[in-house]
Design a protein around this ligand. Structure first.
Ligand SMILES: C[S@@+](CC[C@H](N)C(=O)[O-])C[C@H]1O[C@@H](n2cnc3c(N)ncnc32)[C@H](O)[C@@H]1O
Length: 264
Protein backbone atom coordinates (compact mmCIF):
# COMPACT_ATOMS: atom_id res chain seq x y z
CA UNK A 1 0.00 0.00 0.00
CA UNK A 2 1.27 3.45 -0.91
CA UNK A 3 1.71 5.68 2.15
CA UNK A 4 2.36 9.40 2.68
CA UNK A 5 -0.27 9.86 0.01
CA UNK A 6 -3.00 12.45 -0.60
CA UNK A 7 -5.91 11.30 -2.77
CA UNK A 8 -8.16 13.62 -4.73
CA UNK A 9 -11.37 11.59 -4.56
CA UNK A 10 -14.30 10.43 -2.48
CA UNK A 11 -13.02 8.97 0.79
CA UNK A 12 -15.35 5.95 0.77
CA UNK A 13 -14.26 4.97 -2.74
CA UNK A 14 -10.58 5.24 -1.81
CA UNK A 15 -10.92 3.52 1.56
CA UNK A 16 -12.55 0.57 -0.21
CA UNK A 17 -9.32 0.05 -2.16
CA UNK A 18 -7.11 -0.12 0.97
CA UNK A 19 -6.29 -3.39 2.78
CA UNK A 20 -7.95 -4.62 5.99
CA UNK A 21 -6.23 -3.85 9.30
CA UNK A 22 -3.57 -1.59 7.82
CA UNK A 23 -4.12 1.65 9.78
CA UNK A 24 -3.07 2.51 13.34
CA UNK A 25 -5.01 5.73 13.92
CA UNK A 26 -7.95 7.45 12.24
CA UNK A 27 -8.77 11.10 12.86
CA UNK A 28 -11.90 12.27 11.05
CA UNK A 29 -13.34 15.77 10.96
CA UNK A 30 -16.27 15.19 8.60
CA UNK A 31 -18.59 17.90 7.34
CA UNK A 32 -21.07 18.47 10.21
CA UNK A 33 -24.12 18.78 7.91
CA UNK A 34 -24.97 22.25 9.19
CA UNK A 35 -24.88 24.19 5.95
CA UNK A 36 -21.22 25.17 5.75
CA UNK A 37 -20.26 26.32 2.28
CA UNK A 38 -17.58 23.98 0.98
CA UNK A 39 -16.03 24.10 -2.45
CA UNK A 40 -17.68 20.81 -3.59
CA UNK A 41 -19.42 18.96 -0.77
CA UNK A 42 -23.12 19.62 -0.05
CA UNK A 43 -23.33 20.23 3.71
CA UNK A 44 -27.13 20.13 3.74
CA UNK A 45 -28.06 16.47 3.29
CA UNK A 46 -31.44 15.20 4.47
CA UNK A 47 -31.17 13.60 7.93
CA UNK A 48 -31.36 9.97 6.77
CA UNK A 49 -28.90 10.49 3.95
CA UNK A 50 -26.29 12.02 6.27
CA UNK A 51 -26.83 9.23 8.81
CA UNK A 52 -26.41 6.47 6.18
CA UNK A 53 -23.37 8.17 4.66
CA UNK A 54 -21.77 8.50 8.10
CA UNK A 55 -22.41 4.82 8.76
CA UNK A 56 -20.75 3.88 5.46
CA UNK A 57 -17.50 5.75 6.00
CA UNK A 58 -17.27 4.77 9.68
CA UNK A 59 -17.66 1.07 8.73
CA UNK A 60 -14.78 1.45 6.28
CA UNK A 61 -12.55 2.91 9.00
CA UNK A 62 -13.40 -0.08 11.21
CA UNK A 63 -12.32 -2.50 8.49
CA UNK A 64 -9.10 -0.56 7.90
CA UNK A 65 -8.00 -0.18 11.51
CA UNK A 66 -5.64 -2.72 13.04
CA UNK A 67 -7.02 -4.68 16.00
CA UNK A 68 -5.28 -2.27 18.40
CA UNK A 69 -6.27 0.81 16.35
CA UNK A 70 -7.94 4.02 17.52
CA UNK A 71 -10.44 6.45 16.03
CA UNK A 72 -11.29 10.04 16.96
CA UNK A 73 -14.21 11.81 15.25
CA UNK A 74 -14.83 15.56 15.57
CA UNK A 75 -18.52 16.42 15.29
CA UNK A 76 -20.93 19.25 16.11
CA UNK A 77 -23.89 19.21 18.52
CA UNK A 78 -26.35 18.42 15.73
CA UNK A 79 -25.06 14.89 15.00
CA UNK A 80 -22.84 14.02 17.99
CA UNK A 81 -25.44 11.61 19.42
CA UNK A 82 -25.92 9.84 16.09
CA UNK A 83 -22.18 9.44 15.43
CA UNK A 84 -21.72 8.06 18.95
CA UNK A 85 -24.42 5.44 18.28
CA UNK A 86 -22.97 4.54 14.88
CA UNK A 87 -19.51 4.05 16.39
CA UNK A 88 -20.93 1.70 19.04
CA UNK A 89 -23.09 -0.22 16.56
CA UNK A 90 -20.07 -0.63 14.26
CA UNK A 91 -18.22 -2.41 17.07
CA UNK A 92 -15.91 0.26 18.46
CA UNK A 93 -15.34 0.65 22.22
CA UNK A 94 -16.08 3.98 23.85
CA UNK A 95 -13.20 5.69 25.69
CA UNK A 96 -13.95 9.41 26.02
CA UNK A 97 -16.42 12.01 24.87
CA UNK A 98 -13.99 14.91 24.65
CA UNK A 99 -15.10 18.50 24.49
CA UNK A 100 -12.87 20.80 22.51
CA UNK A 101 -13.65 24.16 24.11
CA UNK A 102 -12.36 26.81 21.76
CA UNK A 103 -11.66 30.30 22.87
CA UNK A 104 -12.57 32.97 20.31
CA UNK A 105 -16.04 31.49 19.66
CA UNK A 106 -18.30 33.85 17.72
CA UNK A 107 -20.48 36.19 19.78
CA UNK A 108 -24.26 35.64 19.42
CA UNK A 109 -27.09 38.08 20.03
CA UNK A 110 -29.91 35.92 21.31
CA UNK A 111 -28.30 32.69 22.46
CA UNK A 112 -25.14 31.51 24.16
CA UNK A 113 -22.03 31.61 22.05
CA UNK A 114 -21.08 28.44 20.21
CA UNK A 115 -17.70 27.54 21.66
CA UNK A 116 -17.19 23.78 21.53
CA UNK A 117 -16.91 20.76 19.27
CA UNK A 118 -17.27 17.13 20.34
CA UNK A 119 -14.41 14.70 19.80
CA UNK A 120 -15.52 11.10 20.17
CA UNK A 121 -12.65 8.81 21.10
CA UNK A 122 -13.08 5.05 20.51
CA UNK A 123 -10.82 2.02 20.10
CA UNK A 124 -11.26 -1.18 18.14
CA UNK A 125 -10.23 -3.36 21.06
CA UNK A 126 -11.37 -2.86 24.64
CA UNK A 127 -7.95 -3.53 26.21
CA UNK A 128 -5.26 -3.34 23.51
CA UNK A 129 -4.54 0.12 22.12
CA UNK A 130 -1.81 2.76 22.11
CA UNK A 131 -2.03 5.38 24.86
CA UNK A 132 1.30 7.19 25.32
CA UNK A 133 0.50 8.91 28.59
CA UNK A 134 4.16 9.84 29.17
CA UNK A 135 4.16 11.96 26.01
CA UNK A 136 1.15 14.07 26.99
CA UNK A 137 1.27 14.53 30.76
CA UNK A 138 0.90 18.08 32.06
CA UNK A 139 1.67 19.65 35.46
CA UNK A 140 -1.12 18.92 37.96
CA UNK A 141 -2.81 21.26 40.45
CA UNK A 142 -1.31 19.10 43.22
CA UNK A 143 2.11 20.02 41.87
CA UNK A 144 1.53 23.64 40.89
CA UNK A 145 -0.96 25.00 43.42
CA UNK A 146 -1.01 22.72 46.46
CA UNK A 147 2.67 21.71 46.37
CA UNK A 148 1.45 18.32 47.53
CA UNK A 149 4.30 15.86 48.10
CA UNK A 150 2.04 13.01 46.97
CA UNK A 151 1.75 14.56 43.49
CA UNK A 152 2.97 12.38 40.66
CA UNK A 153 6.22 14.07 39.53
CA UNK A 154 5.38 13.12 35.94
CA UNK A 155 2.26 15.34 36.07
CA UNK A 156 -1.23 14.25 35.10
CA UNK A 157 -3.01 13.05 32.00
CA UNK A 158 -5.02 15.96 30.51
CA UNK A 159 -8.75 16.22 31.29
CA UNK A 160 -11.44 15.41 28.72
CA UNK A 161 -12.18 19.10 28.13
CA UNK A 162 -9.50 20.60 25.91
CA UNK A 163 -9.16 24.35 25.75
CA UNK A 164 -7.45 25.14 22.48
CA UNK A 165 -8.06 28.26 20.44
CA UNK A 166 -9.69 27.87 17.05
CA UNK A 167 -7.65 29.05 14.07
CA UNK A 168 -8.99 32.59 13.59
CA UNK A 169 -8.70 34.46 10.30
CA UNK A 170 -5.86 36.61 11.56
CA UNK A 171 -3.79 33.79 13.05
CA UNK A 172 -0.44 32.97 11.50
CA UNK A 173 -1.49 29.33 11.38
CA UNK A 174 -4.49 30.11 9.13
CA UNK A 175 -3.80 28.94 5.62
CA UNK A 176 -6.48 30.30 3.37
CA UNK A 177 -10.03 29.90 2.23
CA UNK A 178 -11.08 26.69 3.94
CA UNK A 179 -13.99 27.22 6.38
CA UNK A 180 -12.87 24.81 9.13
CA UNK A 181 -9.14 24.49 9.55
CA UNK A 182 -8.33 22.68 12.79
CA UNK A 183 -5.53 23.79 15.13
CA UNK A 184 -2.29 21.81 14.92
CA UNK A 185 -2.12 21.64 18.75
CA UNK A 186 -5.28 19.55 18.82
CA UNK A 187 -3.97 17.06 16.27
CA UNK A 188 -0.61 16.94 18.02
CA UNK A 189 -2.26 15.82 21.26
CA UNK A 190 -4.27 13.10 19.48
CA UNK A 191 -1.41 11.79 17.34
CA UNK A 192 1.10 11.75 20.20
CA UNK A 193 -1.38 9.97 22.48
CA UNK A 194 -2.60 7.29 20.12
CA UNK A 195 0.22 6.49 17.72
CA UNK A 196 3.97 5.85 17.66
CA UNK A 197 6.80 6.84 15.34
CA UNK A 198 6.31 5.14 11.98
CA UNK A 199 2.61 4.32 12.58
CA UNK A 200 0.09 4.97 9.80
CA UNK A 201 -2.47 7.75 10.39
CA UNK A 202 -5.53 8.14 8.15
CA UNK A 203 -7.79 11.18 7.79
CA UNK A 204 -10.69 10.63 5.35
CA UNK A 205 -11.57 14.35 5.20
CA UNK A 206 -8.34 16.15 4.40
CA UNK A 207 -9.51 19.80 4.31
CA UNK A 208 -6.36 21.90 4.63
CA UNK A 209 -4.30 18.87 5.63
CA UNK A 210 -3.85 19.62 9.33
CA UNK A 211 -3.78 15.94 10.32
CA UNK A 212 -1.25 14.89 7.71
CA UNK A 213 0.96 17.95 8.27
CA UNK A 214 1.18 17.13 11.99
CA UNK A 215 1.58 13.40 11.33
CA UNK A 216 4.49 14.16 9.02
CA UNK A 217 6.10 16.50 11.57
CA UNK A 218 5.77 13.81 14.27
CA UNK A 219 7.31 11.17 11.98
CA UNK A 220 4.16 9.15 11.42
CA UNK A 221 3.11 7.86 8.00
CA UNK A 222 -0.14 9.22 6.63
CA UNK A 223 -2.94 8.87 4.08
CA UNK A 224 -5.69 11.37 3.42
CA UNK A 225 -8.47 12.03 0.92
CA UNK A 226 -10.08 15.27 -0.21
CA UNK A 227 -12.97 15.65 -2.64
CA UNK A 228 -12.18 19.25 -3.65
CA UNK A 229 -9.34 19.93 -6.08
CA UNK A 230 -8.85 23.36 -4.52
CA UNK A 231 -8.37 21.96 -1.01
CA UNK A 232 -6.34 19.02 -2.34
CA UNK A 233 -3.86 21.50 -3.84
CA UNK A 234 -3.65 23.28 -0.49
CA UNK A 235 -2.79 19.99 1.27
CA UNK A 236 -0.02 19.22 -1.23
CA UNK A 237 1.49 22.67 -0.84
CA UNK A 238 1.23 22.53 2.95
CA UNK A 239 3.04 19.18 3.02
CA UNK A 240 5.65 20.69 0.75
CA UNK A 241 6.21 23.56 3.18
CA UNK A 242 4.73 26.14 0.78
CA UNK A 243 2.18 27.75 3.10
CA UNK A 244 3.40 31.27 2.30
CA UNK A 245 2.67 30.64 -1.38
CA UNK A 246 -0.91 29.53 -0.64
CA UNK A 247 -1.49 32.68 1.39
CA UNK A 248 -0.05 34.95 -1.30
CA UNK A 249 -2.27 33.42 -3.96
CA UNK A 250 -5.45 34.04 -2.03
CA UNK A 251 -6.85 37.49 -2.59
CA UNK A 252 -9.78 37.11 -0.17
CA UNK A 253 -9.79 38.82 3.18
CA UNK A 254 -9.85 35.71 5.27
CA UNK A 255 -10.97 37.58 8.40
CA UNK A 256 -14.32 38.24 6.72
CA UNK A 257 -14.95 34.69 5.61
CA UNK A 258 -17.86 32.74 6.97
CA UNK A 259 -16.46 29.79 8.89
CA UNK A 260 -17.83 26.89 10.85
CA UNK A 261 -17.56 29.05 13.93
CA UNK A 262 -19.91 31.73 12.53
CA UNK A 263 -22.88 29.39 12.16
CA UNK A 264 -25.61 30.40 14.61
C1 LIG B 1 -14.47 19.75 8.25
S1 LIG B 1 -13.49 19.73 6.83
C2 LIG B 1 -11.94 19.08 7.38
C3 LIG B 1 -11.00 20.15 7.87
C4 LIG B 1 -9.67 19.60 8.32
N1 LIG B 1 -9.77 18.88 9.56
C5 LIG B 1 -8.65 20.72 8.48
O1 LIG B 1 -8.08 20.91 9.58
O2 LIG B 1 -8.41 21.43 7.53
C6 LIG B 1 -14.18 18.44 5.89
C7 LIG B 1 -13.54 18.24 4.52
O3 LIG B 1 -14.06 17.04 3.94
C8 LIG B 1 -14.13 17.21 2.54
N2 LIG B 1 -15.05 16.18 2.02
C9 LIG B 1 -16.39 16.21 2.04
N3 LIG B 1 -16.90 15.07 1.52
C10 LIG B 1 -15.83 14.29 1.21
C11 LIG B 1 -15.70 12.99 0.68
N4 LIG B 1 -16.77 12.26 0.35
N5 LIG B 1 -14.47 12.48 0.48
C12 LIG B 1 -13.37 13.22 0.81
N6 LIG B 1 -13.43 14.48 1.32
C13 LIG B 1 -14.65 14.99 1.53
C14 LIG B 1 -14.59 18.65 2.37
O4 LIG B 1 -14.28 19.15 1.10
C15 LIG B 1 -13.84 19.35 3.51
O5 LIG B 1 -12.63 19.90 3.06
Amino acid sequence: MEVNKVYLDDCIEIMRTLPDKSIDLVFADPPFNIGIKYDVHNDNMPYGEYYNWSEKWIKETYRLLKNNGTIYIAIGDEFAAEINVILKRTGFYFRNWIIWYYTFGQNQRKKFNRAHTHILYFTKNKEQFTFNDRDIRIPSARQLIYKDKRANPLGKIPDDVWQISRVCGTFKERIGEHPCQMPEDLLELIIKTSSNNGDLVLDPFGGTGTTVAVAKRLKRKFITMEISKEYYDVILKRLDGKVAEIKRNKKVEIEKQKTLFDIV
